[in-house]
Design a protein. Sequence first.
Lengths: 325, 269
Amino acid sequence: MSIEVRGLNKKFGDFVALDDVDVTIPTGQLTALLGPSGGGKSTLLRIIAGLEKGDSGSVNIEGTEATHLPPQKRNVGFVFQHYAVFKHMTVAKNVAFGLEIRKRPKDEIEHRVQELLKLVHLSQFSHRLPSQLSGGQRQRMALARALAVEPTVLLLDEPFGALDAKVRKELRDWLRRLHDDVHVTTVFVTHDQEEAMEVADEIVVINEGRVEQVGTPDQLYDEPANDFVMSFLGEVTHLGGVSLRPHDVEVESSPHHAGSIEGTVSRLVRIGFEVRLTVLTVDGEEVSVVLTRTHARALGLEEGSTVFLTPAAGATVIPRMAVAG
Amino acid sequence: MVSTSTPTKWALRAVAVGYVFFLVAWPVGLLIRRTFEGGLTNLTDALTDSNVVSALALTGKVAVAAVLINLVFGVTISMLLVRYDFPGKRVLSALVDVPLSVSPVVVGLALVLVYNGRDGWLGTGLEDNGISVIFATPGLVMATCFVALPLVIREVVPVLTEIGDEQEQAARSLGANAPQTFWRITLPSIKWAVVYGVVLSLARSVGEFGAVKVVSDNVAGKTQTATLSVEKSYQNFAQGEAYAIAFLLVMVCVASLIVVALLRPKVHD
């Protein structure tokens, strides 16, 4: 097991950032720390890197007790949200930094830098300054810089957070492919559940300083441990005392299924191929439903229509809790 | 930008130019004219007077020493103020600004109280060990250091704050220890602020009069700096010599400003 965090606590003044966190992050995988802003995920990552110190608890990296090691002795690669490029150095010098600190022979450094710049598709920019690169290119350079020292683990703190949607998506795919090639244990922080689901092998959901659930994207989506995980991974609505996804609500124009709940369509919004309904049930519940345009047309739905709702067969359903959102 | 009517614009320009002209340009211009009134004689006379030459040399020595000391302490204190939290930090920050508000004469007097050889709190002990501070070069350097102390710090602190510590953290995660991070990452990032601080300190140190006047016994050829020698020449009705030395002092400052303007890269981000 690559990174083991045990009983980690961290406070900033009165604010509890991490509350007795235990996490094990497996070797060679791409793990996402997912959670809302201010939930403690970045703090956890920074403590693993040694950039922040926990108040109590321990961090073990690849069998090495690292709790009290300074960052430069942990052999981790760290990628920052705002790139943290060395502004006064060329792209090649940025990437070479870690190797020069380690006093590697000159020709070895040059060779390795070329290799890495090729890997991140920046070969033709090696003599430019970071200020002459786009955001996406800077972040790829920062990644090459972190990989240059052959880190035991690669840590990325909201790596695509400062980029626009299109570049974000490209880099996401690219990170996944890169990881499939390089196989270094990678942990990245994100608040974007789609990003986590798409890229990660394993997701650690963190909220209010605690680990809510650890699992593969499918496990989290299909078997959420609680209402928070379920609502964080996608839209949630409530029907007859259970929480479920809006697209898992079956809509019929007449009561075919036993236990179906009657309601009236109070709002109908069409977005491309999708139709979103708000249905007011006879019990006074407001249920959100998503169905395809075709399906909605087949049912002849419009505002004011009477419909009958049931959870679809095979839907992920969890009992509704008091704090359901 | 807010648009202003043309007459107002011209009026504002006239006020600004007039102000600087009457306060700075005209008096300095007159000084230069007087210096060269008899051709180069004023300058050559001054530069062949061994007392003037030794005064200029002493000013150079004191200024360079003070600038070097303030460079090291200024950068260190700036790092401390921006990158670390410790009790008493705000007091330190306030103390750094004291030399800006306190009259240099007060600085000189304070130094005399502590370091004079007869009854100074530290001075007697130093005197017993053969080190004189007051009425000697160390006192001149200390007085100059004191008045120029905030200049490097006030240039470097805002830049350090603005660049943040992410680059330093990145360097640490890549294996650099604290000194390596400082030399390779922090110092190159604050380079221009440091250069400006040094130039300002140099100009201030070369021109310092009040504090130096108190701690120096004004012996020509020994503890008389260039500014003190300007005063003495002027009082002795050797106006020509006074103008010549003053002109040289102005030139040092102009030259350092020109050097910085030339060195500074055109694109800065």
